[in-house]
Ligand binder design. Structure first.
Ligand code: EPU
Length: 335
């Protein structure tokens, strides 16, 4: 177990913000995870589990306890019966690399989630989703270490309580450390073209897994910043879910707002609200700002601070609230 002290957290999150971690421990296997938990308990310090850091923002004060970085790697095909494959993936594997590897094996389903930054262990936490697919559709089970009961546990798909960008692991975020995820993938390719941007781009084409992945990558590259070049955590807010009545009130004032039914409610495009109602697209506050190609994405131009980001978040929140009555909720995890 490698213990570092006073480690800058900037280099461990894609938004590239935040002060120092008092201790930073990288764990390459389960034993090291247990040792890191003991280390924090003995010192009576709080513990924070970090994967790829693509959906986490630390404040300028940093983290006063132990940041446990999960770096457990490995991909194992457990079963390949009939037209399905069961694949066990360790939490520290890079997400997009895993999709590529699965496709090479002829295992499909995750193509629409291509190029999402982060690790496999982070995927179930917020039930990552894009272009009509959510990762929960392909998760068989998740193995965790329960820090409360000090034991390993297996969660079935239903136990994970997946929702829109949420799960039991996000609800009880201090408690569970994801060690591995078991996926149920398809051996017969059946593309999900339910998202209108994708259907439009692929209209009339012979859709192969490779073409679908390339198309998703092209769309994401056009709309979203490359975190290697510009600090970002993807969508900053969730798309708000409104009742039929609330939607009626909103449409009476803003008839153009894009929305679509989702379960018994309507999801409203937060990107639209921020661009066309709050007029914040492309705005900068100090070293941070609203991305000029997608208003739901906030970016760090390099030297941004959390204090500047907080000013920006509040300004967006108040403007949207004042005009529409909607309270935007962050999708990212602010520590
Ligand atoms: N829009 C604007 N202005 C903008 C951006 C978007 O008006 O600057 C409107 C447009 O009408 C557009 C609509 O919003 O058609 C939807 O935009 P987009 O297709 O980019 O999707 P989104 O709802 O903004 C969600 C996810 C993304 C995911 C895409 C594609 C959330 C919070 N975000 O964004 O996920 O990639 O759909 O499925 O649900 C992420 O979670 O980090 C993320 C990037």
């Amino acid at each position: 177990m490698k213990v570092q002290e006073h480690t800058s957290l900037k280099d461990h999150t894609t938004f590239r913000l935040g002060g120092e971690a008092r201790y930073f421990i990288e764990c390459i296997d389960e034993q090291e995870v247990k040792e890191a938990i003991m280390f924090a308990k003995e010192k009576d310090l709080p513990l924070f589990v970090l994967g790829g850091g693509s959906n986490t923002i630390f404040t300028d004060d940093g983290f006063p306890g132990v940041v446990l970085h999960i770096a457990i790697c490995g991909v194992q095909v457990i079963q390949g019966i009939h037209d399905e494959a069961i694949v066990l993936v360790q939490a520290g594997e890079e997400w997009d690399g895993f999709i590529e590897q699965a496709m090479e094996e002829g295992f499909y389903g995750l193509e629409n989630l291509s190029l999402i930054p982060g690790t496999v262990g982070g995927a179930p936490v917020q039930n990552i989703g894009a272009y009509g697919v959510e990762v929960s559709q392909f998760i068989e089970q998740v193995t965790v270490f329960d820090t409360k009961e000090n034991s390993k546990k297996v969660f079935s798909n239903a136990d994970c309580r997946f929702g829109y960008r949420t799960s039991v692991f996000k609800e009880e975020k201090e408690r569970y450390i994801i060690l591995s995820v078991m996926f149920r993938l398809q051996k017969v390719f059946s593309p999900n073209l339910s998202y209108k941007d994708i259907a439009k781009e692929l209209d009339g084409k012979d859709v192969t897994p490779e073409l679908l992945r390339e198309t998703i990558i092209a769309i994401r590259t056009r709309k979203l910043p490359d975190w290697r070049k510009l600090g970002t955590a993807g969508s900053f807010f969730k798309n708000p879910e409104l009742t039929k009545e609330e939607v009626g009130v909103l449409l009476a004032k803003y008839p153009e707002v894009p929305m679509y039914p989702h379960e018994d409610r309507f999801k409203v495009s937060a990107g639209y609200l921020i661009e066309h109602i709050a007029h914040m697209k492309g705005e900068k506050r100090g070293g941070v700002g609203v991305y000029d190609k997608h208003a739901l994405v906030l970016v760090n131009y390099g030297e941004g601070t959390y204090d500047e980001l907080e000013v920006l978040i509040k300004e967006i929140w108040y403007k949207v609230k004042k005009e529409t009555g909607i309270s935007l909720e962050p999708e990212v995890n602010i520590v």
